[in-house]
Design a binder for this molecule. Structure first.
Ligand SMILES: O=C(O)CCC(=O)C(=O)O
Length: 327
């Protein structure tokens, strides 16, 4: 298994409670409002999803009405080897997460080289363009902290990114878990950087340092890949096992998707928080309705890839993970 999530390495994010308590929850939400407004303008059907998909009755109803997937016999060759897609879907149903994906080294290296040479956009802002190895210099040039570097549609120039996105194992797992209507809704690669002075708004947009659940679609599945060696200092992703199918009422009937760590961990148990450290190329797949977050790197930058599946048509902007920024 490539992802380091064995019980001995599962850490309880002791400093996260303090981090999560800092700052206003509403300020974190406010930064997302321009994106929400754009979503509803682009697709009015987004609004009922946004209101109802956060409730367990709404989700269960949508799930019950969805077309079931009938897997065909035989499995197509995958770069991830002969993994049993049905066992992965079972793990997702019970825990909300499956760890143990490993991409070939040549693919990980190609994407790593791509991300070190092609300019990315700092803090999701297309006017803050720089190449990752010049991060410190870029912070000085733009006179602001740069917490993340996204590639948006540029990601698709990388043959490795395209190959992972198209790997038959991913859609097979997605259909088994989400149903026959599963479709690709996001592909992105991005850096998160050690930096001081990142604002609450920048951390919120980058989904860092606060447990939250995703509400981009009625039902979703996200594959994440660590594209550098990720240890505790590299800002690992954290997921709360079992939080995808059990939700206290206060976390359903609220517009907030982010909640303080003590609130989340008291309910599910601190021992359910899995910290996804692992070598370059390791990956995991999760139901992002479960509580999760990235953490801010402290020692070295983290390069990540996400391939997301859902059940509705995404906008082009959403596909590449681009929010609408308030100027
Ligand atoms: O950077 C991370 O690991 C977290 C990403 C995340 O929370 C998300 O895609 O919803």
């Amino acid at each position: 298994m490539s992802v380091d999530a064995s019980p001995s390495t599962v850490s309880q994010p002791t400093n996260l409670e303090a981090v999560a308590r800092n700052g206003s929850r509403f300020r974190r939400m406010a930064v997302r409002i321009p994106t929400y407004l754009a979503d509803v303008r682009e697709n009015p059907a987004w609004l009922p999803m946004f209101m109802l998909a956060r409730t367990m009755p709404g989700r269960r109803l949508h799930w019950a009405l969805s077309a079931k997937y009938k897997p065909s016999q035989g499995q197509q060759d995958s770069m991830f080897g002969p993994l049993d897609a049905s066992a992965v879907a079972d793990a997702l149903s019970s825990d909300g997460i499956f760890t143990g994906l490993q991409m070939p080294a040549r693919i990980q290296q190609e994407i790593g080289n791509f991300a070190r040479t092609v300019p990315c956009f700092g803090n999701f802002d297309r006017s803050l363009e720089f190449v990752a190895p010049r991060h410190r210099e870029a912070e000085a040039r733009f006179d602001r902290s740069l917490l993340s570097g996204h590639f948006f549609e540029r990601s698709m120039r990388s043959p490795g990114v395209r190959a992972i996105q198209a790997d038959p194992l991913l859609i097979d797992i997605a259909r088994r878990y989400l149903g026959a209507g599963a479709r690709l809704i996001t592909t992105r690669i991005w850096w998160s950087f050690p930096t001081s002075g990142a604002s609450e708004a920048d951390r919120s947009l980058a989904s860092l340092d606060k447990f939250h659940f995703d509400l981009d679609d009625w039902r979703m599945l996200k594959f994440f890949f660590n594209l550098v060696d990720v240890d505790e200092g590299t800002g690992p992703h954290v997921f709360v096992k079992g939080s995808h199918n059990r939700r206290k009422a206060r976390h359903q009937y609220t517009l907030l998707v982010g909640h303080p760590a003590d609130d989340v961990l008291d309910y599910y148990g601190a021992d359910q928080a899995v910290t996804l450290t692992g070598p370059a190329g390791s990956g995991f797949v999760e139901d992002p309705f479960g509580f999760h977050m990235g953490t801010v790197p402290v020692t070295k930058p983290r390069l990540m890839m996400e391939v997301g599946f859902g059940v509705s048509r995404p906008s082009r902007r959403r596909f590449y993970g681009e929010p609408v920024l308030r100027k």
